[in-house]
Design a protein around this ligand. Structure first.
Ligand SMILES: [Zn+2]
Ligand SMILES: [Zn+2]
Ligand SMILES: [Zn+2]
Length: 110
């Protein structure tokens, strides 16, 4: 059986070692699932020099903190091109909510 060796190892692992191992796993998960801030156009004329400070370049447009919509997850909701279509169309992100199901488990929120 392929899993036999692994099961035997876990059976002999001391509880404190297992806890330390789980803690390390959670830290790594948390590092992976970081917030990715999603903005819409704020409507200011930043490009024309009406600079209110904190201008954010989103590639297709520039915006600022007033255009902040919600935080998505870097790992789950973005690829090399930024926010994925699946996230933009299918996820229900909210300000103050967890960024993804994995983060919700880490945050211990429902
Ligand atoms: Zn603005
Ligand atoms: Zn995530
Ligand atoms: Zn998303």
């Amino acid at each position: 059986m392929v899993t036999g060796k692994r099961d035997d190892m876990n059976a002999t692992e001391r509880p404190e070692d297992a806890l330390r191992r789980y803690a390390g796993i959670l830290v790594r998960l948390g590092r992976l699932h970081r917030p990715y801030r999603v903005y819409q156009e704020c409507g200011h004329a930043h490009a024309d020099g009406e600079d209110r400070g904190g201008v954010i370049d989103c590639g297709d447009f520039v915006t600022c903190e007033e255009g902040f919509l919600y935080s998505a997850c870097r790992e789950c909701c973005t690829d090399a091109g930024g926010q994925t279509e699946a996230c933009a169309d299918g996820h229900r992100h909210q300000i103050g909510g967890s960024i993804c199901p994995t983060a919700a488990i880490l945050d211990e929120t429902p």
